[in-house]
Design a protein around this ligand. Structure first.
Ligand SMILES: Cc1cc2nc3c(=O)[nH]c(=O)nc-3n(C[C@H](O)[C@H](O)[C@H](O)COP(=O)(O)O)c2cc1C
Length: 224
């Protein structure tokens, strides 16, 4: 198969060591643009992105990790989402901003019934428990969405030959505390997932030289 996205999925590897060189800001910008274009449940887009630049990497490692993550990155992108408290606060600026935008967009809908229903649903989704049927709270629900954006960003980076590592292994309490103290996030926001970005000397430096993926027949069950 030589389709573009498949090829990028195959060539992308999680890089475990970077060489400390800077990645062009325009490349970082492109990667962020890809993340922003990802779909989110009900189109809520309830995340923010923090772009920690080269000068902040050591600080980040010291204040937000256990020192066990890939070294020498150029940028660390962090997806931040509302925590449970933030997701129920009607004064939360992100939510207010979003509801204003969505309301304007809904105003353009031609079907009046659909328009009214959508507006009511929107308010319920934003201020209530977003998806009770998922049996997770809003905080977990928002965090799930960022993983899709992360995947878009990983593939965008691969397209322009920039190396990345998806990283869950940030110490969330440490990060939240530090980032709040510094004013990067407020007390209604929390760390979701991160992405290390950089360059490598030695082509790719990964955990394993071979890329392991289970066979399709092990993963897929067709049901008719
Ligand atoms: C959601 C997610 C979280 C991850 N967290 C970490 C991490 O904290 N530290 C790390 O070094 N790698 C992390 N990885 C990278 C995986 O180790 C890597 O993707 C996996 O071993 C498969 O290798 P490949 O991406 O090169 O195919 C993470 C990957 C994903 C998708």
């Amino acid at each position: 198969m030589n389709k573009l996205i498949y090829k990028l999925s195959i060539s992308r590897r999680a890089t475990k060591k970077y060489n400390g060189e800077l990645v062009d800001e325009k490349d970082i910008d492109y990667i962020i643009d890809c993340a922003i274009q990802a779909p989110t449940s009900i189109g809520l887009q309830n995340f923010k992105i923090l772009n920690f630049k080269k000068t902040m990497i050591e600080n980040f490692e010291k204040n937000a990790t256990n020192g066990d993550q890939p070294k020498g990155a150029s940028n660390i992108i962090v997806f931040v989402t509302p925590n449970e408290k933030g997701s129920h606060n009607k004064k939360n600026k992100n939510l207010v901003y979003f509801i204003d935008d969505m309301t304007k967009s809904l105003a353009k809908m031609k079907d009046e019934v659909w328009k009214k229903e959508s507006s009511e649903l929107l308010k319920k989704y934003i201020y209530g428990n977003v998806k009770p049927e998922l049996h997770i709270n809003n905080e977990q629900y928002y965090k799930k969405q960022t993983y899709i954006a992360l995947a878009f960003a990983l593939l965008g980076a691969e397209e322009i030959n920039v190396k990345t590592t998806p990283v869950e292994g940030v110490n969330v309490n440490k990060f939240d505390q530090w980032a709040r103290k510094k004013g990067y996030i407020n007390d209604e926001e929390t760390f979701s997932v991160a992405m290390w970005i950089g360059k490598t000397d030695n082509n790719l430096i990964t955990n394993t030289p071979d890329r392991f993926r289970k066979a399709k027949k092990v993963i897929v069950t067709n049901i008719e």
